[in-house]
Write a protein that binds this ligand. Sequence first.
Ligand SMILES: Nc1ncnc2c1ncn2[C@@H]1O[C@H](COP(=O)(O)OP(=O)(O)OP(=O)(O)O)[C@@H](O)[C@H]1O
Ligand SMILES: [Mg+2]
Length: 118
Amino acid sequence: MRAVLVANPKGGAGKTTLATNLSGYFANKGKKTTLCDLDRQQSSLRWMAFRDPALAAITGYFAGNQISLNLPKEADWVVVDAPAGLQGYKLSDYLRTVDKVIVPLVPSVFIWQRQRTF
Ligand SMILES: Nc1ncnc2c1ncn2[C@@H]1O[C@H](COP(=O)(O)OP(=O)(O)OP(=O)(O)O)[C@@H](O)[C@H]1O
Ligand SMILES: [Mg+2]
């Protein structure tokens, strides 16, 4: 089993969009795929509910905002959709547990403004 954590403490950065699409990608490649939703909004699981059952299977479950991450060993890939605000000891534990981390970013005009000389 390998696990990828999709995380960014900022809300609305694209975590769920990326986690669900990545899960679909792995499933279409024939991998046994589990989508682990850690966000109490459960957006990933709502996406699962709309997904055509005829498509390659993805197992989805809600794992809550766990202190320590326990992932299913039987999957080929586990994609973990993190909640906004993930930080501190929970983030440290999650980073130790997974194999890869993806951080979706939202471009901001403020970066450009900060570098400008007025
Ligand atoms: N690459 C992208 N390009 C344009 N819009 C995007 C992209 N990724 C996500 N979005 C849009 O941004 C919004 C937030 O995306 P999403 O729900 O995936 O973010 P999130 O980080 O999971 O949010 P939350 O922190 O609330 O869980 C959605 O409307 C989504 O359609
Ligand atoms: Mg989300």
